[in-house]
Design a protein around this ligand. Structure first.
Ligand code: PBG
Length: 329
């Protein structure tokens, strides 16, 4: 033993000592609140698998965003549910699309709030895949056309930047998308709009409730050909390296809780701002247990989010954001 007289328990004896020793501090400054926007007026549709979360029309979304800003939450991330879905996901990038309406309304009415927009086709395609799908005649087989998808993603990111989005966040996992989005932004005068890249995104069962929220479960097949295989972490490092090379400013690991080792590696390896997505399934598990009084919800949530930070995340996208901001206030 190198430190034979060290008595850790002495330092844990009381709360003030614990405060002095504490290495990681969770703060409202770390949090990003995901919000869902859909067409209509006065709409507040409950998402049954995600208690406390709603599909909101633009007017209601503005109220919710103002609440987030008042609580000191620095940023929200927007997901759109279009009027109509089609094979090419045009509802995600056509002129006047729902997300651009939302950005403009928030920007004109809410101060001091960063608006991030998710950039992906899956919420807007009728088949629910994140890209342009080519189906082999007759059978169940299909492929996702990577390069045809890039064009649409770049168009989408540009439409959000034009509407006033502060950050765009491509979440589709096509190869080369960060470069394509960066080029489109730069060519059109948005070189100062940062990209938050969903860099290491796993094909995860933890996204279940989100797919109800965004009405986006794939109608056939799954996303394993473009999202990462959960057993791999060297591959995550390579994915992050690619996105950084292509111009990502913030790199994300998703999901968070089952991938703390990946968060740790990515932070150690690159020293870049790391975002972690505490995804819908992680949220819903906590809510379901808390509703049965099986756990102390507040303690559990703070422990989970603090642990994600301890692993190396600089910021956390979480559906708990507004509640946590309230608790920490
Ligand atoms: C894709 C996207 C998804 C999530 C965020 N962006 C769904 C998916 O990849 O299937 C999931 C977030 C969550 O589960 O909370 N646009």
């Amino acid at each position: 033993m190198r430190y034979p007289i060290y008595r850790p328990r002495r330092l844990r004896a009381n709360e003030n000592l614990r405060r002095l020793i504490r290495e990681t501090r969770l703060s409202t400054d770390d949090l990003i609140m995901p919000l869902f926007v859909r067409p209509g007026k006065g709409v507040r549709n409950k998402i049954s698998s995600m208690p406390g979360n709603y599909q909101l029309s633009v007017d209601e979304l503005v109220k919710e965003s103002a609440k987030a800003a008042d609580l000191g939450v620095p940023a929200i991330i927007l997901f759109g549910i279009p009027e109509k879905k089609d094979a090419l996901g045009t509802g995600g990038y056509k002129k006047g699309n729902i997300v651009t309406q939302a950005i403009k309304a928030i920007k004109s009415k809410v101060e001091n709030l960063i608006v991030i927009t998710d950039v992906c086709l899956c919420e807007y395609t009728d088949h629910g895949h994140c890209g342009v799908v080519k189906r082999k005649r007759g059978g169940k087989d299909f492929t996702v056309d990577n390069d045809a998808t890039l064009e649409l993603l770049a168009k989408m990111a540009l439409s959000y930047a034009e509407a006033g989005a502060d950050i765009v966040a491509p979440s589709d996992m096509m190869d080369g998308r960060i470069g394509a989005v960066r080029a489109a932004l730069d060519e059109n005068g948005f070189e100062n709009v940062p990209i938050m890249a969903y860099a290491a995104k796993y094909a995860s069962a933890f996204y279940g409730p989100f797919r109800e929220a965004a009405e986006s479960p794939p109608k056939f097949g799954d996303r394993r050909s473009y999202q990462m295989d959960p057993p791999n972490s060297d591959e995550a490092v390579r994915e992050v390296a690619l996105d950084i090379e292509e111009g990502a400013d913030i790199v994300m690991v998703k999901p968070a809780l089952a991938y703390l080792d990946v968060i740790y590696r990515v932070k150690q390896e690159f020293g870049y701002p790391v975002a972690a997505y505490n995804v819908s399934g992680e949220f819903s598990l906590v809510k379901a247990a808390a509703a049965r009084n099986w756990v102390d919800e507040q303690k559990l949530v703070l422990e989970i989010l603090t642990s994600i930070k301890r692993a190396g995340a600089d910021m956390i996208l979480t559906y708990h954001a507004m509640e946590v901001a309230h608790w920490l206030a």
